[in-house]
Design a protein around this ligand. Structure first.
Ligand SMILES: Nc1ncnc2c1ncn2[C@@H]1O[C@H](COP(=O)(O)OP(=O)(O)OP(=O)(O)O)[C@@H](O)[C@H]1O
Ligand SMILES: [Mg+2]
Length: 261
């Protein structure tokens, strides 16, 4: 049985003009220890798919279908019930800034995650913070763990948001564009970290990106989303060698163009 099994997931927003819906019947599986990438143009439904699974759609948004994590149905709950069902799933939001509590120092914030999610003793949690900040390639962890989120650059906040999600030691990580705001060397480090964690801890990753290069580096399978539907899903090597859908071919061509630029 897959760790995450999504069947016919649809998301609609009340009053939205789009008849098909933001997500229009997606089925997708992620096995334990596997990384699956969801790629697709802006507005294709990538973020709403993840948010729907965690009961985090904006007001007016409604999900239908099924999303089972470790055998438990995730849909049909919100608030505390949704958090309980989604225990074990970590989320790195696309907007890292919004996901960090503004009045908490970075170190406190990260330690609190370990305490709340794993019952980790406070002293041990504080020790883990420095190590985790190092792992996400944040320079001078001792200094930055005393800082507040607004004192960090966008790329630093993105790494802190990733660190916060990882402090919970999730079995499945939803990572929504986790490397977009990063410069190429830091991006490579974060990609290596995610891959290392997947291999060392068996953490599965559902990675959202519109960068096929990042998807190729991390994922064993790629699903291409367009207008709320999966238009192609294949093993990474197969999709890169022989994209079947014209849109996948376009994405690949854009990647090749970017690599030569
Ligand atoms: N609160 C909302 N109300 C109405 N429609 C919404 C709302 N949030 C998102 N949508 C619509 O849902 C669709 C999918 O959005 P989604 O955020 O999933 O895109 P995405 O693939 O993540 O794009 P990006 O790459 O830009 O992040 C879009 O057409 C968007 O306009
Ligand atoms: Mg998005």
């Amino acid at each position: 049985m897959a760790l995450l099994s999504i069947r016919d997931l649809a998301v609609r927003f009340a009053g939205a003009p789009d008849a098909a819906g933001a997500v229009a019947g997606v089925s997708l599986e992620v096995d334990a220890g596997e990384c699956v990438a969801l790629v697709g143009e802006s507005g294709s439904g990538k973020s709403q798919l993840l948010l729907a699974c965690l009961g985090l759609l904006a007001a007016g948004g409604r999900a239908s279908g099924s999303a089972r994590f470790d055998g438990r149905e995730l849909l049909g709950a919100d608030g505390a019930a949704a958090r309980q069902r989604g225990r074990g799933i970590g989320l790195v939001f696309q907007d890292a800034t919004g996901s960090l509590t503004p009045h908490r120092r970075i170190g406190t914030l990260l330690a609190e995650v370990a305490v709340a999610a794993r019952g980790c003793p406070a002293a041990q949690a504080r020790q883990e913070v420095g190590h985790m900040l190092e792992r996400v390639r944040l320079p001078d962890p001792a200094r930055w763990s005393r800082a507040y989120p607004h004192e960090l650059s966008g790329g630093m906040r993105q790494r802190v948001a990733l660190a916060a999600a990882l402090m919970a030691r999730p079995r499945l990580l939803f990572a929504d564009e986790p490397t977009t705001a990063l410069d190429p060397t830091v991006q490579a480090g974060v990609i290596a970290l995610l891959d290392e964690l997947r291999q060392d801890t068996g953490m599965a990753v559902l990675l959202v990106t519109h960068d096929l290069g990042v998807a190729a580096a991390l994922a064993s399978r790629i699903a291409v989303l367009r207008a709320g539907r999966i238009v192609e899903s294949a093993a990474t090597a197969t999709l890169l060698r022989n994209p079947r859908h014209p849109y996948s071919a376009e994405l690949l061509a854009a990647l090749a163009g970017g690599a030569c630029a």
